[in-house]
Design a protein around this ligand. Structure first.
Ligand SMILES: [Zn+2]
Length: 445
């Protein structure tokens, strides 16, 4: 066992209502193994209340530092690490000139391995400890990312990108080498083999990953839905309702479905553990479908602002009541830093010209990128599942050590904070990777 003495931020259990942050200025976090040998939180609270219960446990004192839950990124493309910040006149030139040429390189094992290693390191450097990520349509890319995450014990969920039409040939799923199995069938066989190889190994999880409905045939979506039914504890990830041209296209390809979102439900791809990126252009029937199926939205604010696609409608989501959390969506997104993503979410919430605007509280923003996102993944301790994104007793001991005085301006501004909201908002608005002094990952004995 080991204890850390610092200021500590965590969240009240979700069952007691909306996001409520808890904070101890002189706190103690005690971590130690659970029955399975995984390092979890044993106790958290005021130093003076707890320290006497753990005689002999070494205490690392971190004066002036804040311990907070590791961040959870609900949607990011690891093959687009090199695509971040690429200039283009809109989505299609951006895809043609940067994204597609880069993704083709992931057919190479060596290229995938070095990219995966950098990607995992960059996430950890930014304080992200749980990630739901897209790979490419090459099995090499999936194996490389799982291997890189496993080496660092990062909680990583990813899967083979399903894409059997409407993309450059090098990026489509491939037929079997002997030509006996077509690309659609082979992509589903590969998905099942990857589930069996990786899902549940250490801290890895598999996500069935249709890129989005327009790049998948009916047969591929149907097969993906059958796999989702056969493996109920694997995740599902895709994109939906990001921009209006995409919606028009999806509606023309699947006219029998009530809406673009409903297409996924019609193929059995909406359930708990299904995470859909963007979810911008919804009506109330779509919102109700999210709620009723238990699917969750990966809100990707910096990407939506960068590509000019629209603004997630928080008031609508809360009125109907479906789950959501935050995502960087690199390379459409502009930063690996959860602080930039939280600030982007604040901008998106404020926008009041096309929808009702509101001011998301600092605690609510932080929750969306930690405990709220973990809840969207079903990783909040319900149903005997692991718990991440929080520091309540029993949670896996993934956390960040923040230095609120990391830059002169941060030191000046956080030093003026008169309450928790002012402290958190100063870090959200002017913070970045320099805040993150250390990222600690739950170890296994
Ligand atoms: Zn995306």
């Amino acid at each position: 066992m080991k204890a850390y003495r610092a200021s500590i931020l965590w969240f009240a259990s979700q069952s007691v209502g909306p996001a409520r942050a808890l904070f101890e200025t002189d706190g103690l976090l005690v971590v130690g193994p659970n029955e399975a040998g995984t390092q979890v939180v044993q106790a958290v609270g005021a130093h003076g209340d707890i320290v006497g219960r753990y005689p002999g446990v070494p205490v690392e004192h971190l004066p002036g530092r804040i311990i907070a839950p590791g961040f959870v990124d609900l949607h990011i493309h690891y093959p687009q690490t090199n695509v971040i910040g690429s200039p283009a006149e809109g989505l299609l030139p951006w895809l043609d000139n940067y994204t597609f040429p880069e993704e083709k390189r992931f057919a190479q094992t060596d290229y995938s391995a070095q990219a995966a290693s950098f990607f995992v390191s960059e996430l950890l450097r930014n304080g992200v400890t749980t990630t739901l990520a897209f790979a490419t349509s090459h099995t090499e890319s999936v194996n490389a990312l799982f291997a890189a995450a496993q080496a660092q014990r990062m909680r990583m969920i990813t899967g083979l990108c399903l894409m059997d039409r409407h993309a450059p040939p090098d990026l489509l799923n491939r037929a079997s080498a002997d030509g006996r199995t077509d690309a659609t069938e082979q992509s589903l066989l590969d998905t099942e083999a990857l589930i069996q190889r990786w899902h549940g190994q250490d801290r890895l999880g598999y996500a069935i990953t249709p890129r989005f409905a327009p790049t998948c045939t009916d047969a591929q979506l149907r097969g993906a839905g059958e796999l989702a039914a056969r493996y109920p504890d694997v995740w599902i990830q895709s994109h939906v309702a990001e921009n209006k041209d995409e919606i028009t296209w999806a509606r023309s390809l699947f006219p029998q479905s009530r809406s673009y979102l409903a297409t996924y439900a019609d193929f059995g791809l909406m359930r708990k553990r299904a995470i859909y990126a963007h979810c911008i252009h919804f009506d109330d029937d779509d919102r109700a479908l999210m709620r009723e199926t238990g699917a969750a939205a990966a809100i990707s604010p910096t990407s939506n602002l960068f590509l000019g696609n629209g603004f997630f409608y928080y008031a609508g989501a809360d009125r109907v009541g479906f789950q959501y959390g935050l995502a960087s969506d690199v390379g459409g997104g502009t930063s690996f830093s959860p602080f930039h993503t939280m600030l982007g979410a604040y901008y998106v919430g404020r926008e009041g010209q096309t929808k009702q605007g509101l001011s998301l509280s600092p605690q609510q923003l932080w929750w969306q990128h930690t405990a709220g996102a973990a809840g969207a993944l079903g990783l909040d301790g319900r149903d005997g599942q692991p718990s991440v994104g929080n520091l309540l007793p029993g949670c896996e001991a993934d956390f960040v050590v923040l230095n609120p005085a990391a830059t002169p301006l941060l030191a000046r501004k956080t030093g003026l904070a008169a309450n928790l909201d002012e402290l958190l908002f100063a870090m959200i608005v002017i913070g970045d990777d320099r805040l993150v002094e250390r990222t600690v990952i739950s170890q296994a004995l």
